[in-house]
Design a protein around this ligand. Structure first.
Ligand SMILES: *[C@@H]1O[C@H](CO)[C@@H](O)[C@H](O)[C@H]1NC(C)=O
Ligand SMILES: *[C@@H]1O[C@H](CO)[C@@H](O)[C@H](O)[C@H]1NC(C)=O
Length: 285
């Protein structure tokens, strides 16, 4: 009897700790350095994987994520060099405290950065996920749930080259823009009382409409299924849910449109999944 109970306990623990399979694909034709952060004030359960790694072009990794992962985020860092610098400026954007592996307590990404966010088993037994542009943009990405009736969250378009002048950058050594700041991150108004950041007298859904967020339409127009400012739930296409009962796995693909643009360069195990959102994308780098 005891042995049986012990076995049951082990089985339950395994299923609650590693039930979801996450796949992170780099479909960009250049190296990126993905990173994971879990808000330690909200969640103790973290993915069973390093908090940062180097991802060469057209490669992917897989790891287990707790069934109830909360306040988790994954993003990509660009143009990193950790040989002498382990701080946030070791990367051109998205950098964190800690070096290749981000500090589990303080290792959030430096904006601008496109961020994939999850809260699994949230209110109503729903998984919540989104692709956030609240801190600006640095890489195209798509979150693809394995549960087929759950929606893709995405910003599949490269928002760098056409970024409005007050927001564009940083730039790499060739002058190519590897980021596009949000109006909030670019400090276009008073950040403590800002209709771009939804702070101060603008800190509610009602007092911070998207119509008062500068350049909102650049982000939302190009990436309608992304979360483009602090109260973007109202758009109906920002924050996505998937019944937690489905135990969905998730694939996060960086540069998802490259899979469609250059399919022959991509290993067979990395499946193109976005068909309508990509248009005719070309990635020159
Ligand atoms: C990384 O930085 C080091 C120290 O500044 C430099 O010597 C090295 O060339 C850099 N590596 C690359 C690949 O740029
Ligand atoms: C998805 O489909 C499954 C199986 O048909 C169903 O149980 C579930 O409620 C559906 N989920 C959503 C979010 O529609």
């Amino acid at each position: 009897m005891m042995a049986h109970l012990f076995f049951l306990a082990l089985t339950l623990q395994f299923s609650t700790v590693t039930a979801r399979l996450f796949t992170v694909v780099n479909a960009c034709p250049f190296t990126i350095w993905p990173a994971i952060f879990t808000d330690p004030t909200i969640a103790q359960n973290v993915p069973l994987f390093p908090t940062g790694w180097e991802s060469p072009p057209f490669t992917s990794v897989q790891f287990g994520v707790p069934d109830n992962w909360k306040a988790g985020r994954i993003w990509g860092r660009r143009n990193c060099n950790f040989s002498t610098n382990l701080g946030p400026s070791a990367c051109l954007d998205g950098g964190c405290n800690g070096g290749l592996q981000c500090d589990p307590r303080t290792g959030t990404g430096v904006p601008p950065a496109t961020v994939a966010e999850w809260t699994l088993q949230g209110d109503g037994n729903l998984d919540f996920y989104d692709v956030s542009l609240v801190d600006g943009y640095n890489l195209p990405m798509a979150i693809i749930p394995s549960a087929s009736n759950c929606s893709v969250a995405s910003c599949p378009i490269d928002l760098g080259p056409s970024c409005p002048v007050p927001l564009i950058g940083p730039f790499d050594s060739t002058g190519f823009p590897v980021g596009c700041k949000s109006a909030c991150v670019a400090n276009l108004d008073n950040p403590t009382d800002s209709s771009n950041c939804c702070t101060g007298s603008h800190n509610t859904k009602v007092t911070c409409p998207s119509s008062n967020v500068q350049f909102y339409s650049y982000f939302k127009g190009n990436c309608p299924n992304a979360y483009a400012y602090a109260f973007d739930e109202g758009s109906g296409t920002a924050l996505w849910t998937c019944s937690s009962a489905l135990n969905s796995d998730y694939t996060l693909t960086f540069c998802p449109c490259v899979l469609l643009t250059y399919p022959s360069t991509v290993p067979a195990d990395i499946n193109p999944t976005l068909t309508t959102e990509c248009g005719t994308q070309t990635y020159s780098r």
